[in-house]
Design a protein around this ligand. Structure first.
Ligand SMILES: [Zn+2]
Length: 262
């Protein structure tokens, strides 16, 4: 998660604000460096050259979401505002979003394009991939259930080569599965506020996403149909119910998936 250092979750907000602040933020300051990568427009107050690899990953992140979730590509631009110093980042957010509590990285969407804010720190690249995943999802879907939004962001926040087998959550989830434990999906679905999501909930959300992306084909089918229903504004139902109906021994299959995952 983006804020593991402080045990605070990253914050994804859908703010309804008057006017379109995105264009103001892009235009109001001369950003020392700017770069486009796919739908992302990066504005940084430092040189972006050394993050060439990250910017390349950003461009392919959209393709990965489209391929794995069957969500259409974002039809709008996403703006990244990247800062060298934590203090400048905090001050900038305080000025433009005084009601938003401080987090190490942020995704904010109002009526215009989504915006991601981050500053250089040891987890900078993870933060940017995490928040950009939120931004891409919200650029394609009218709503995303909170737990699923975070589970997907946790999944896609590591580099592509690490997603299936090397996510930091994998070890704990695998051991829990070996001890017969299955995270309660219905409980995750009942979480209505990010403040209720701690490290355990982020890990559990990631685990269910991993199961649906790499486990039984029926589970992946249900995820895709669920997201398709959301996109087409049809009542999507409850994902845990849909999975349980499609896979009657769901919890057992979840544990088997992780016990056998190499
Ligand atoms: Zn998040």
């Amino acid at each position: 998660m983006a804020c593991s250092a402080t045990s605070l979750p990253s914050l994804s907000l859908s703010l309804i604000l008057l006017g379109n602040i995105t264009s103001d933020l892009c235009a109001e300051t001369r950003w020392p460096d700017e770069h486009s990568a796919g739908v992302f427009h990066c504005h940084a107050n430092f040189e972006l050259d050394r993050f060439e690899q990250l910017l390349g990953q950003m461009a392919t992140l959209q393709q990965d979401l489209t391929r794995q979730l069957r969500v259409p590509p974002a039809s709008e631009s996403i703006h990244l505002f990247l800062f060298e110093q934590k203090g400048t980042y905090a001050e900038y957010l305080r000025l433009h979003f005084p009601d938003v509590p401080f987090r190490r990285a942020l995704f904010i969407k109002e009526q215009g394009p989504g915006m991601v804010f981050a500053f250089l720190n040891n987890d900078f690249e993870t933060d940017v991939r995490h928040e950009s995943t939120h931004a891409l999802l919200h650029a394609s879907l009218p709503v995303v259930p909170l737990w699923l939004d975070e589970g997907l962001a946790e999944y896609f926040e590591v580099t592509a080569s690490e997603r299936a087998h090397s996510n930091p959550h994998l070890s704990k989830v695998t051991w829990a599965a070996r001890f017969g434990q299955t995270p309660d999906l219905a409980e995750l679905e009942r979480i209505g506020s990010l403040s209720k999501m701690g490290a355990t909930e982020y890990r559990h959300a990631w685990a269910w996403v991993h199961f649906m992306l790499h486990g039984p084909a029926e589970a992946h089918d249900e995820l895709v149909s669920f997201l398709t229903a959301i996109r087409s504004l049809s009542p999507p139902g409850v994902l845990s119910d849909r999975l349980q109906q499609r896979i009657p021994d769901l919890e057992l299959r979840f544990r088997e998936h992780f016990r056998n995952w190499k």
